[in-house]
Design a binder for this molecule. Structure first.
Ligand code: SF4
Ligand code: SF4
Ligand code: FES
Length: 234
């Protein structure tokens, strides 16, 4: 069975993007988008629909098992992990479209610069000055938050996040919740202040981030716990 792959490509951040169409034979039922991209890049004679030879497609991956978040991209318009998305789910449509996440600067083709995720965590001071001793009742929250892949899918769908904005989105509040929900009253006050400024004030609580998160993180539970500690001082 064949499938048409439509890829948004771009040489670098300054060049013009263009759409490339490539037809590919699908030989296995369990092919992921990540495997498809690897197969295409291994083909020294990869050609577009006009029969012209095309260059290798730049994209990012590391674990190939839904653990690192590197392969996040837009697949038929939705932010998803390429290693956790099966081509068979798109065979009926006969077409699969691949594009880079749209909120981050482009590096090349499907690779974007997500350093803002880490810069925002530094800015919000997502670290503690004192040792954190987890109590049994806090381990569930800490474990839930630690599952974040820093993939950026939540920021793609968040109506309130932009790279240049003051609101840092779920990719910040999830890792921050891991710390903030476990500290005692009067501790980590600087972090709580930053949380209120860069997360609490800007979040519309639509929970679009929860629906899209590939790790299935329970955003509302983390939000309500962190809001209670930082804003309501409970
Ligand atoms: S919260 Fe979910 S969607 Fe957002 S960065 Fe973490 S794993 Fe990705
Ligand atoms: S709840 Fe809505 S506004 Fe808040 S981080 Fe999630 S998507 Fe963004
Ligand atoms: S390659 Fe690590 S999550 Fe896809």
């Amino acid at each position: 069975m064949k499938i048409l792959i439509e890829i948004k490509r771009q040489e670098d951040g300054d060049s013009k993007p263009y759409i490339q169409l490539i037809e590919q034979e699908i030989e296995r039922d369990n092919l992921t988008v990540a495997s498809l991209l690897r197969t295409m890049n291994a083909d020294l004679e990869l050609k577009d629909m006009e029969g012209s030879k095309v260059s290798k497609i730049s994209w990012e991956c590391s674990c190939l098992q839904k653990k690192c978040g590197a392969c996040a991209m837009l697949i038929n318009g939705r932010p998803k992990l390429a290693c956790d998305t099966f081509v068979r789910d798109y065979l009926k449509k006969g077409k699969i479209s691949l594009a880079p996440l749209s909120k981050f600067p482009i590096i090349k083709d499907l690779i974007v610069d997500r350093s803002i995720l880490y810069n925002n965590l530094k800015d919000i001071k997502a670290y503690l000055d004192t040792e954190l001793i987890l109590k049994d009742r806090d381990t569930d929250t800490a474990y839930e938050a630690s599952r974040c892949l820093m993939c950026g899918c939540c920021l793609e769908v968040c109506p309130n996040f932009s790279v240049s904005g003051d609101f840092y989105g779920a990719a910040s509040f999830v890792p921050v919740s891991r710390l903030i929900s476990t500290v005692k009253k009067g501790e980590a006050n600087e972090l709580k202040k930053e949380y209120e400024e860069h997360i609490y004030k800007g979040c519309g609580k639509s929970l679009a981030c929860k629906d899209i998160c590939p790790a299935g993180i329970d955003m509302d539970r983390l939000l309500s716990k962190s809001n209670a500690v930082s804003v309501w001082k409970l």
